[in-house]
Each structure stands twice: as C-alpha cells, then as structure tokens.
Design a protein around this ligand. Structure first.
Ligand SMILES: [Cu+2]
Length: 288
C-alpha cells in the first residue's frame, strides 16, 4: 500500500515539477519572444538566476525533487525487489507475517520518523527561516529601495515610478506598459494590484511571484544582480489571452538606470496631460 502511495505521490509531484519546468523554460527565452531554442532537454534547466536570493528557492525546489526521486527509487526497489526475491516459484512454502513483531514496529517507526525529519521538517524549518529572515525582511527607507507600482489588467502590465517629486499618482509619474526597467544591486519594492481579475506578477529569473488582486495591494521585494533583458509573465490563469500576458524586464547598472529614469521623467513632464483622468490609476504609497 505504501508503495502504491509512494508512486502516486511521486507522479503528482513530478507533474508539478514538469509543469513548472516547462513554464520556466518558456520564460528562459531572454527577451520573452525567442521560443525556438526551447527543446526537450531545455525544460530540465531552470532559467538563469539573476537575483541575490533566488538560490534559496532553487535549493528548496531541488531538495524536494531529489528527495522525491530518491524515495521513489527506494520504494520501487522494495516493491519489485521483494516481488522477485519471494516469487512463488522460488518459495514453495508461503510465510505469513502480520508485521506486529517488535523488530517490524521499530523498523517502520524509525523509517517513518527519518522521512519526516529528513524531508518534511527540514523543508519546513529551512523555508520558514528564509521567509522570516529574507523574504519578509522588507527593505528599510534608509536603504533607498526603488519603489514601483504594478497594475495588472487583462492582458497587460503597467508600471509606475514616482517621478521627480517622489510622490505616486501625480502628474510627473513615469508610466510604462509591459516594460519594467530596474537597477541591479539595489533593493526593489513593488506594490501590486489588479484592475479586473486575479493575475500573478511572475519574474522567473528572480524566482519570485506575487498575486495581483483587485481591491487589494500586495507587495514583494527583491534584489537583482545581473544586467540584461528578461521576461515577466502572468502566473495566474486570467482569461483568453493569459498566455500572452508578458512584459519585458530590463535590468540596468545603477548609472544606466539613473540616466534612463532622468530622461523618462523629462519626457513624462512634457507628455503627461494633467487633465487626463486615466493617468491617475496609481495610489498613495503607504509603508505597510
Ligand atoms: Cu494575467
């Protein structure tokens, strides 16, 4: 019974791994458009990690996968191994056992506790630590994180930077569509919401995602460390064109970012029409 359960557990978890790998490998195409190079083997390779803390997620992912694989092989070896060793042609006289001898009970207890400590407890303890010490350790004001507001809607991503006055939802804000530009080596703080249905703001190369929900502001922070162009995807089934709800992420060196932002701010001052109410979809930035 435990063998069957093990196989079932493995199949279910493998489907998750394969689905995620497929999703990640599609996201592997750097500018989000070149899918041609994706072949069968590429799906086993996660996208390049360009973040400071992405390795923590990778560790968890790999540990879970390898542990599943190890115990799947162990269960299979037991199942088929014992079936072979005790085949009725080799063992004419059957042996009946009820598994209630102390040695049986101890063996099962020790294996059970070892699996619980080695897998469940380890994963819980380490991921809980990472969550508390890293992912929920929000950047402080003194660290001058870059703040960006993200609005998801069927089927585009809109990004808002505060502009020169450093106040959100004002005339001088820089707004981009499907085009997020951020500096490396500086903490990034996003506030995310949605105009219509639930979406999920997903940066595969940073191993991070957060739900974008109408009527609610969720937040996420990260720090990236490699300049380049990367894809952004929606990771929540949000309607007909969910699959093409992608945006481009450009990571700059801090100097390049400042020069881009300066230019974008100048353009925004000239182009933004203060009378246009559609301009003000942002919100007041509150530290949560
Ligand atoms: Cu979406």
């Amino acid at each position: 019974m435990s063998g069957i359960f093990g196989i079932f557990k493995f199949i279910v978890s493998s489907m998750g791994v394969i689905a995620t790998s497929l999703m990640l490998s599609v996201a592997n195409a750097k500018d989000g458009t070149d899918y041609k190079s994706t072949n069968y083997w590429d799906i086993t390779v996660p996208p390049e990690d360009i973040s400071v803390n992405g390795h923590l997620i990778d560790w968890l992912f790999n540990y879970t996968t390898y542990m599943n694989l190890f115990f799947f092989i162990l269960v299979c070896a037991g199942l088929f191994g014992f079936a072979f060793i005790y085949h009725h042609k080799k063992n004419k006289k059957p042996l009946y056992t009820y598994g209630n001898k102390p040695v049986h009970i101890w063996t099962v207890t020790i294996i059970g506790v070892a699996v619980f400590i080695g897998i469940d407890a380890t994963i819980s303890a380490i991921s809980n630590n990472d969550l508390r010490n890293v992912f929920l350790n929000w950047p402080k004001e003194e660290e001058k994180p870059l703040k960006v507001q993200v609005m998801a809607q069927q089927w585009v991503w809109k990004f808002r930077y505060a502009g020169k006055d450093e106040v959100f939802n004002t005339q001088d804000d820089v707004v981009t569509v499907n085009d997020l530009r951020v500096p490396i080596n500086r903490k990034l703080l996003f506030q995310v919401t949605s105009k219509d249905v639930i979406h999920s703001f997903f940066l595969p190369n940073a191993r991070r995602k957060v739900d974008a929900m109408p009527g609610r502001i969720s937040r996420i922070w990260m720090e990236l460390n490699k300049a380049g162009k990367w894809p952004i995807a929606c990771a929540e089934m949000c309607g007909t064109h969910h699959y093409m709800m992608g945006a481009k992420l450009t990571t700059y060196t801090p100097e390049d970012f400042e020069s881009w932002l300066g230019q974008a701010q100048r353009v925004a001052m000239e182009v933004n029409d203060p009378e246009d109410l559609n301009l003000y979809w942002g919100w007041k930035w509150e530290v949560r």
